[in-house]
Design a protein around this ligand. Structure first.
Ligand code: NDP
Ligand code: OXD
Length: 310
């Protein structure tokens, strides 16, 4: 049984191979790009953002596993073979996202960007702390990562709300859904966190209309995809004071253009798409468990619904 692996970074290949073969020593793992004489053996592909057209033409391909939780880059390929696509759900990725979302939300809650600016100005003055119970934090996307982030944020005592496509019930979280619930959801978000998948329905969702519906001076954390945010709308909202600050882990262009305003704006904390990364051992276990489930006729938790786009 052969698996073609396109890792996020070329140097990840040995770690992936070790993690996968520790669990399935019989699995043959072939590094990307696939040598011509191996093409006919490939039954599985485990990939991070494969170039368009590159997954076509494997006659024995049975399933594609995404190294990312987000599959927008894979689904963007019009020649994608019609085999099951399974996205990454693994505890290491979830823990990393919990850490990053907590860090970002707490950073805005406790005015860290403002203190960084005051420090540059040799200003030692304090800003009155706000009790977490008075700070309303809203999460767009109540999937694997959104729900876990909310559970972590609950430990700090924030007033929590969430928004999804279909109705959800989460203890301690005020839930909203669909277009009809969007404006009411936004009206109660002092800090807005985007953990949506990028689809035709969610592209550009963080735009001027969205910002206008947030309370004045709200903060925005985008850990979804760069395509969710209309960057120039954010800039205008920061300039008007409607949005006070933002944390952006993802951008339209990664990295942003050398002359992008995002590099220098002190109201923006910018990180290079590192909010969360897979842990090789637990990610390998997740891939092989999904393969087992599929072969046993069960439905893997991360099976992508191509029609929905996530
Ligand atoms: P899931 O598929 O588990 O959850 C997606 C959630 O978004 C669901 O609650 C879904 O609603 C909701 N949603 C989807 N479309 C809409 C819509 N049109 N309107 C309202 N809600 C919608 O995804 P994950 O939680 O695993 O991951 C979320 C995203 O996080 C990934 O797609 C990826 O882009 C990003 N990510 C970023 C990382 C980083 O390092 N920056 C790392 C990992 C992931 P419903 O519940 O009704 O289906
Ligand atoms: C993912 C990511 O989707 O790291 O997993 O962005």
């Amino acid at each position: 049984m052969a698996l073609l692996l396109k890792a996020e970074e070329a140097e990840d290949f040995p770690q992936w191979r070790a993690a996968l073969q520790a669990l399935d020593p019989a699995l043959e793992i072939i590094d990307w790009p696939c040598p011509a004489d191996a093409r006919q053996r490939i039954e599985y592909a485990l990939v991070w953002q494969p170039p368009r057209g590159e997954l076509a033409g494997y006659a024995k391909l049975r399933a594609i596993f995404s190294i990312g939780a987000g599959v927008d880059a894979i689904l963007a390929d019009p020649t994608l073979p019609d085999v099951p696509l399974v996205r990454m759900i693994e505890p290491g990725l979830t823990r990393g996202m919990n850490e990053f979302v907590s860090l970002a939300v707490l950073g805005h809650h406790r005015f860290m960007l403002q203190y960084a600016a005051r420090r540059r100005a040799r200003d030692w003055s304090p800003i009155q702390q706000i009790d977490a119970s008075q700070r309303r934090v809203g999460v767009l996307g109540l999937g694997q990562l959104g729900r876990a982030a909310l559970a972590q944020l609950a430990t700090f005592g924030f007033a929590l709300r969430g928004w999804s496509r279909s109705p959800r019930r989460i203890d301690g979280v005020e839930c909203f859904h669909g277009e009809a619930g969007f404006d009411d959801f936004l009206a109660g978000c002092d800090i807005l966190v985007c953990l949506l998948p990028l689809t035709d329905d969610t592209r550009g969702i963080l735009d001027a209309r969205c910002f206008a519906r947030l309370p004045h001076g709200a903060c925005v954390v985008n850990v979804g995809r760069g395509g969710h945010l209309v960057e120039e709308d954010l800039r205008a909202a920061l300039d008007s004071g409607q949005i006070a600050e933002a944390t952006l882990d993802v951008c339209q262009s990664e990295p942003p253009a050398a002359d992008s305003w995002l590099w220098d704006d002190p109201r923006v904390l910018l990180t290079p798409h590192i909010a969360s990364m897979i842990i090789f051992d637990s990610a390998a276990a997740a891939v092989l468990e999904a393969r087992r489930q599929w072969l046993a006729g069960e439905r893997p938790a991360g099976l992508v619904d191509r029609r929905r786009g996530y």
